[in-house]
Design a binder for this molecule. Sequence first.
Ligand SMILES: NC(=O)c1ccc[n+]([C@@H]2O[C@H](COP(=O)([O-])OP(=O)(O)OC[C@H]3O[C@@H](n4cnc5c(N)ncnc54)[C@H](OP(=O)(O)O)[C@@H]3O)[C@@H](O)[C@H]2O)c1
Length: 332
Amino acid sequence: MQVKAIVAKEGRLFDAERPKPVPGPRDLLVRVHAVAVNPVDTIHLTPGFGGPSDQERILGWDAAGVVEAVGPEVTLFRPGDEVYYAGDITRPGAFSEFHVVDERLAGRKPRQLDFAEAAALPLTSLTAWEGLFERLALHPERNPAHPVLIIGAAGGVGSIAVQLARYAGLTVIGTASRPESSAWVRTMGAHHVIDHSRPFADQLRDIGYPQVPYVFALNVVDPHWENMMAALVPGGRLCTILPPRGPLDFRLMADKSITWSIEAMFTRPKHRTPDMDEHHRILTRLAEWVDAGKIRTTLRERLTPINAPHVQAAFEQLRSRRTIGKIVLEGF
Ligand SMILES: NC(=O)c1ccc[n+]([C@@H]2O[C@H](COP(=O)([O-])OP(=O)(O)OC[C@H]3O[C@@H](n4cnc5c(N)ncnc54)[C@H](OP(=O)(O)O)[C@@H]3O)[C@@H](O)[C@H]2O)c1
């Protein structure tokens, strides 16, 4: 049986029909209702990225839908269950009417959200969760009100990182460079907003936090390096979600004994780690928090239906690097 799919090839996107995927032993076959876009999609659209340039790919690693069928070893879900997930970057993405995902990577969809609102969350939430609660070793719900500086707080990852940090009890200082992105960061729950296009020191002093024990950097590392090193207390912790592009002055880090970690959300699925079912647990717990009204969707814009022109339009917005919250496509 053929199903609708958005296919990427040689840097272009087109509408096509492809065979309905078949679930493996631990896979869910999901009827996809909504897919969010992420910068990783535009990177994988680049010709030759991750394979021969004429190789066809299906992008889209952030989805919500309904389980249609399950593989023989599946224990966590049944047909009819509503799920949301980011999935596995080494497998085809979800811009397809039907999609297969390992059950250990999927969570029960929050009941209070529609499919598009749910699809806005998984990839960025897993990134923010692992960054805050694993790399920075903060507690998911109970922390002293220590300040955390979240750089790039209006984007997809920032919008959920601000909420999770606030819910975890921290004092949240977000960064944004425009009035509309600053306003959004406050809406997401930041106590303070400073401007990442200006030096941090005076701005942090003005809000009463000249130095902070935690920095979570959700955008380019290099231009912020000296600001971040100056902002951290001795013994402070930095987590970035991108590697640096060029050489950095590590003496600044050594001078203060800073611990730096890099968070990459696809590590668990890509390397099939023994604890890859942590993604199932994180997304299930997040759904409970959403349903309890503690965390809200980061959806900001919907595009309907899911087709190549709409995916292309969403990618153009992402490339502007000025997206606020998440853009989600819904309905085939
Ligand atoms: N490692 C991982 O697992 C992982 C996961 C997700 C994303 N990422 C990467 O992390 C980055 C952010 O992802 P995203 O989904 O949040 O992107 P996004 O939604 O496209 O981020 C857009 C935001 O970035 C802010 N921004 C632009 N230039 C900035 C700068 N120089 N410094 C700080 N903020 C800046 C903008 O805020 P203003 O308009 O206010 O300037 C805008 O609101 C991307 O490079 C993505 O590839 C990595």
